[in-house]
Every structure is written in C-alpha cells, then in structure tokens.
Design a protein around this ligand. Sequence first.
Ligand SMILES: Cc1cc2nc3c(=O)[nH]c(=O)nc-3n(C[C@H](O)[C@H](O)[C@H](O)COP(=O)(O)O)c2cc1C
Length: 336
Amino acid sequence: MTAYPKTSSLMARGAAFLGTEYAILCGAMSWVSERNLVAAISNAGGFGVIACGAMTPELLDAEITGTKALTQKPFGVNLITMHPGLFDLIAVCAKHGVSHVVLAGGIPPKGSVEAIKAFGAKVLVFAPTLALAKKLLRSGADALVIEGSEAGGHIGPVSTSVLAQEFLPSLAEDHIVFVAGGIGRGEAMAGYLEMGACGVQLGTRFACATESIAHPAFKKAFFRANARDAITSVQVDARLPVIPVRALKNKGTEEFTAKQVEVAKMLDAGEVDMMAAQLEIEHFWAGALRKAVIDGDVERGSVMAGQSVGMVTQEEPVAEIFAQLLAESEAALSRR
Ligand SMILES: Cc1cc2nc3c(=O)[nH]c(=O)nc-3n(C[C@H](O)[C@H](O)[C@H](O)COP(=O)(O)O)c2cc1C
C-alpha cells in the first residue's frame, strides 16, 4: 500500500514504463547527473538519468559501471543527438543492457531510434511541436518528454503550461508523456498528472541535493537566486541560430555574447560550416557548465538553472525532496 495513493494511481502508467515506484524523472544535467545523483534518485524510487553530454564512449562506459555499483534500480542514459560519436555511445548502452535511452538536443538522426530498440531498450524523445511528436511516436519512440521554456539548460520557446495544453489532450490517452520545466512543488506535479501526463521530469529542484557532486559555490548560487535571475541567453547574429540556454545571470552570460561574435567571424571567413559552428557553441556551454559545476566558478561559468530555482533554498537529501513533492501532490489531490 502506497503512502500516496492518488498520486501513485495517476502515475501508474509512467511508473510501469520506467520500472520505478514513482514516475518522477530527474532530467539529465551535464556534469551534475553522474553516478551519485543518478543512483540516489533511482534508490529513492524515481528515475535517474546519466547525462552523457560530451563524454567519450570510454567515459560513458565507466559512468554506467559506476552507477550500477550504487543502485540495483532502473536508470537511463541521456545522449545528445548532435554528438559525433552517437552510434558508438549507443553501442556502449547496448553493452550494458541499459533499459531506457533519452535522445536530447534535436531530432534523432536516421537509424538511431532503431539502433536503440534493437538491443531492447525504450527510447524517450523530446519534440518541439505536436506534429513532430506524432511523427516520432509513429516511427518508434516509446515516450515523449515535453519541456517548457521555464526549464534550466537548453530550452525551446514555449512555456510548459501551453505545451501541456497543446500536447496532452491529443497524446496522453494513447502515449506515455512526461512533463518538464518549471516544476518545483508537488501541487504543480499533481496538476500535470490530472491533465493526463504519466509523470514529470525535474532538474533544477534536484541539482543541489545532498548527493549532487555540484561544487558548494554552485549550490550557494542556487540557494540565493530568485526566479527572475534565471534568464535566457541572447542570439547576436541572425545567421547563427543558437539554442537559448537558461542560466543564472553573471559575467559568463556576457562571454557567451563574445563567443557568438567569434564563431560568426569564423563562419564569415569560411573556416567552419554551420554544423561545426553550432558544435563550437555547444562546446562553449559544456566547458562553461563544467567551470561552474565542478570548479565552482559561478561568475564566469554557466550556472544553468530553471525558473523554479527560487524554490531551491537549501541542501536536502534526494529522499527528502521526493517525500516533499509526493506529500504536496497528495494533499493537493485530496483537496479536490
Ligand atoms: C544544470 C543543468 C544542466 C542540464 N543539462 C542537460 C543535458 O545535458 N541534457 C538534457 O537533455 N537536459 C539538460 N538539462 C535539462 C534537464 O534535464 C531537465 O529537463 C530540466 O532541468 C527540467 O526543468 P527544470 O529545470 O525547470 O526542473 C539541464 C538542466 C540543468 C538545470
């Protein structure tokens, strides 16, 4: 008998799909979502996801092995579709019999969904429009994450509340859909579950958990920040489409502007093509995020955070965060 019957009942399909007690995913966060946080989330009854980011196949191999040593529960691996070694990374997941792979950062390239399904794993994808979501689900994706612009990290232009209204009425009945972006409390979680979501994905709320290896200075920056401090990056050159990133405002925000000017000049000089230019930008983010998460340089690094950052006020164990979210959700549903 669960302590949260109403919430658990609304999450049943999502939990069965993930193989977990609760359909709460901790979205992959580059540098943050490594073995310790991932295992803590899965051990608490949720679904942890390793952020592969720019890792080499060897590093991913070691991270999966390390995570398996810390938890017997299911967890997933998030792969960035733009990664030049995507198929080698898929092979590493196959070697380990990873149960769920999340493809992020763009439309999955030809053959990638098939390659993942070939070793029996389930594939989760993101989709910016309803039409594309339907297409991906028709062509083999097993579940969808809709992520609104309130989220931390790379984001799309539309808010979670609008995406939920656009996607859930036509997809929720027949498909597994998780909602992400801006969820900081259980009441919001309950709302999306009632709209038909099978579960939710949170990042910002878990980034500073006790088990997270993020630098103390990174965590402190989160505890001090308000929603309005988590701003989106600005595109400076119309020819160079950069995916907006939501992070806490600091000097690094300005350095990103300078980086774009530099890459646009390389593009002008014919030194790089558009694909290479965009990779250059992504490498900037990976480096800047590392600087903040690992080195604790919260002035010049990128402190990626969602608008729910104002609800993150202290370091708490993952299990405690889960208990709060579930109790808030259950109380909200009981009041209905
Ligand atoms: C510090 C940070 C790093 C992130 N890195 C990634 C990533 O590497 N891949 C990815 O798919 N999403 C990434 N995200 C997005 C999260 O997986 C998640 O979807 C998002 O945080 C959910 O919204 P929320 O921040 O409002 O809870 C990142 C988010 C944060 C805050």
